[in-house]
Design a protein around this ligand. Sequence first.
Ligand SMILES: Cc1cc2nc3c(=O)[nH]c(=O)nc-3n(C[C@H](O)[C@H](O)[C@H](O)COP(=O)(O)O)c2cc1C
Length: 178
Amino acid sequence: MDLYEALEGRRSIRKYTADPVPDETLQKLLQAARLAPSWKNGQCWRFIVVRDPSRKQQLSASLPDGNPCKRAIAEAPVVIVLCADPHASGHQDGKDYYLLDAGLAMQQLMLAAHAEGLGTCWVALFDEAAARPACHVPEPYRIVALTPLGVPAHQPSPRPRRELKEIVFAEEWGKPLE
Ligand SMILES: Cc1cc2nc3c(=O)[nH]c(=O)nc-3n(C[C@H](O)[C@H](O)[C@H](O)COP(=O)(O)O)c2cc1C
């Protein structure tokens, strides 16, 4: 799949079939994540691949009931737990770049998953203290996000995006790009 096709076609997937994710495919996705850029190439990220139903259940329980991905975390064949060490990345003017490093790697994994016909959904709304023991994540690592991973059981319509003219300026703030 062409990169632009993947960018256009990816959706947050919140329902999965029970089909397993082959190990070779999983390896390809993790390789894609590994290639992401990072602060001084610090590669502060770590990924935990979870297939065990009781761990997935524990991770799902760390999401509030209103989180639309709660069932998917329990039921998808795989959950990826995205961890990062804040000390292995940079801080500049109050900005913590470990979140960006980890997010870039996750996005690469998500696009690669879509190219392989698999779905993902970034999940950030969860209780980190409740998720941590499910996979024995040690300090100082933070759990940045979770994603279910598997064969999509639905094809959501695209969510709206702001028009370019609203988000892009030319030369200075507020000046439209012609
Ligand atoms: C930082 C971040 C946190 C998110 N957290 C959640 C979440 O906790 N639960 C959920 O169902 N979706 C979550 N999402 C998915 C967004 O709702 C989704 O990306 C957005 O609605 C656009 O839809 P799309 O991904 O299908 O284009 C999150 C996305 C991002 C980038």
